[in-house]
Design a binder for this molecule. Structure first.
Ligand code: ASP
Length: 325
């Protein structure tokens, strides 16, 4: 299991910390392309840093960070989302803040440019936690979110990926193919480009956000871990904020993000041990992926079981860093 060293010490109270991911997988990223990825990660990191440095909340920072990643077509969230088996886009996102454990999420939303903003609107309204499909779409319109055309999300690279995964098979065979793929290790270039962010603000509040287009060629109506509180996203003041990326079904079955918090809160484990143990349990179910986490003391953990995970981190007063492999 890989980690970034040097981020696992506590960070003084009153100073902020932030981490983000842009998905994990068997990343194949030629050296000539790596600069563009590092730049995209850095620019999203700066969006979050700007919020925290202006005394903004952890919630506002993770939303701003994820919004920047959604706007970048390199990542599988918002613009650049992957195709489902019907050739459409279906977006999942979640935001959770740790002070009052308020959360908002959307699943299977077809046409919002920034799913994380819609998830935040669900949180702020405070009536529901998770809105799906047509309901999420209706809520988006009622909240004034524009309906984006499919062309907004489409990229040539995702289309090619979708065609490759489909392998030219007829649509009627895809259910079987999709199910088989879920049980298989990821393809060599299988990149899970979900995005997420976790933060601790100057007041010590924690927050997490996750956003995704899901998995390429996913079954119609399939919802992954990303919009599920406790699976792909979780925040609890005094404990930790966690955002996950990976084979969603295994993360759901492991209740992974909440499991990390429980290992710390009830099991007395430290952040990196809790993350490693939860990921190992998920891996034993046949899954793959990674997570980013920050605990109440400002420790940061960025482990993954895959070849790589796009990631970045910073702590107030430090430069921060970005990583791929
Ligand atoms: N966890 C996401 C899902 O299953 C995929 C990813 O992380 O890339 O929808």
């Amino acid at each position: 299991m890989d980690m970034d060293m040097g981020t696992e010490a506590a960070w003084p109270a009153g100073r902020f910390c932030l981490a983000l991911h842009g998905g994990a997988g068997t990343i194949v990223c030629p050296e000539v392309e790596q600069a563009a990825w590092h730049a995209a990660l850095q620019s999203a990191l700066e969006a979050g840093r700007a919020v925290l440095a202006a005394d903004g909340s952890a919630q506002a920072a993770v939303v701003a960070t994820v919004q920047a990643l959604e706007d970048c077509p390199l990542f599988n969230a918002g613009r650049g989302a992957v195709y489902d088996e019907s050739g459409s886009f279906s977006l999942d996102a979640c935001v959770m803040e740790g002070a009052h454990k308020r959360a908002g999420a959307i699943a299977g939303a077809p046409d919002v440019a920034n799913p994380v903003l819609l998830a935040q609107a669900v949180l702020e309204e405070g009536f529901s936690v998770l809105l799906g499909g047509a309901g999420a779409q209706a809520f988006a319109r009622a909240q004034g979110f524009a309906a984006m055309p499919a062309e907004y999300f489409a990229t040539a690279q995702r289309y090619a990926q979708w065609q490759a995964v489909r392998g030219g098979q007829a649509a009627s065979e895809l259910d079987h193919d999709a199910a088989a793929r879920l049980a298989q290790p990821l393809r060599e270039d299988g990149k899970l480009g979900t995005v997420g962010a976790v933060a601790r603000d100057r007041a010590g509040n924690l927050a997490a956000a996750t956003s995704t287009g899901g998995m390429t060629n996913k079954r119609l109506g399939r919802i992954g871990d990303s919009p599920l509180v406790g699976a792909g996203c979780y925040a609890e003041n005094g404990v930790a904020a966690i955002s996950c990326t990976g084979t969603g079904e295994h993360f759901i079955r492991s209740v992974l993000a909440h499991q990390v918090a429980c290992r710390m809160r009830f099991g007395g484990q430290d952040l990196s041990s809790a993350c490693a143990a939860a990921l190992a349990e998920m891996q034993a179910l046949g899954g793959q992926g990674g997570l980013i986490a920050i605990d109440a003391a400002g420790r940061i953990s960025l482990p993954f079981t895959t070849r790589g995970m796009y990631r970045a981190w910073l702590r107030e007063g430090e430069m921060g860093g970005t990583g791929i492999f």
